[in-house]
Ligand binder design. Sequence first.
Ligand code: NDP
Ligand code: OXD
Length: 307
Amino acid sequence: MTVLYKADPVRGALWAERFAQLAPDIPFRVWPDLGDPAAVRYLVAWQPDGLAATLPNLQVVFSVGAGVDQLDLSQIPAHLPVVRMIEPGIVDGMVEYVTQAVLTIHRDLFDYELQQRARVWQPMPLRAAASRRVGVLGLGMLGTAVLQRLRLFGFACAGWSRSTHEIEGIDCYAGDAGLAAFLARTDVLICLLPLTEATRGLLGRRVFDMLPRGASLVHVGRGPQLVSADLLDALERGQMHSAVLDVTDPEPLPADHPLWTQARVRITPHIASATRPESAVDAVLENLRRHRAGERMNGQIDRTRGY
Ligand code: NDP
Ligand code: OXD
């Protein structure tokens, strides 16, 4: 019952080491060292392309990431369970990244950077965290962890999801009916939604115009959720003040894309967070145990919902 890994090979070597330590009885191979295709029962991948359909005895596809849109579910035979990554390393990284982005916005660092370039020494009034309204699109593993940390700084915290949630200290909104009220009270909008047909293009003019004037965006979901022309326009109009973008469409962002040169846009190359090999192997091993025991695996997605 071989486990085949098809993602970044450098990280794959770390996975192999950890598997050898913790489960020496389970053969672990790193693509393209496939071995006998008939022996592969579990595939761990970022972008398997058509591989899943060519492994005759495959039983489960694991995403190495928290998201699954990059797997292209249409290429994975319908009978195979698909499992996303639920492990503490990816949560810690995301909490760090979003916290730094929100504090950058909250402490006016976009404006101070512009002042520095112009050699201007001009203090701005300090604003209390409690008066800054932060809102997270997506109340899943990552959105909830981010809000729980931001709450400790004193920010006024809210979240939006598809189904109704109740989280202590967080104002929860749900569905299309809750979106306008959620946006109207949000100064810093953070996107932690999975990419599905319902969320593609969501971050566009309609959403930006429902935010209070001068709001900011932290986008750490997926590139195609953002209509970049609408963001550029909203920045130009002053409707949006600034944006921190970790994901773009396409990735990498082409060198001549206008987002690169916007003064109040900060771009990072999809590094907000990443699966930590040690804890990820622990998570996959627990799921292998569950699968063999006939139990539901942690992070098994609903293929009809797309996440
Ligand atoms: P989860 O599946 O745990 O949570 C997804 C949340 O989004 C849920 O609260 C869900 O609502 C909500 N949601 C989904 N569709 C809709 C919709 N149409 N309308 C309203 N709410 C919706 O995901 P994670 O928190 O683990 O991850 C979120 C995403 O973060 C990933 O899919 C990935 O795209 C991105 N990511 C980015 C990384 C980076 O480095 N930039 C790293 C890791 C992940 P409900 O609770 O009702 O189901
Ligand atoms: C993920 C990512 O989905 O890194 O895990 O984007």
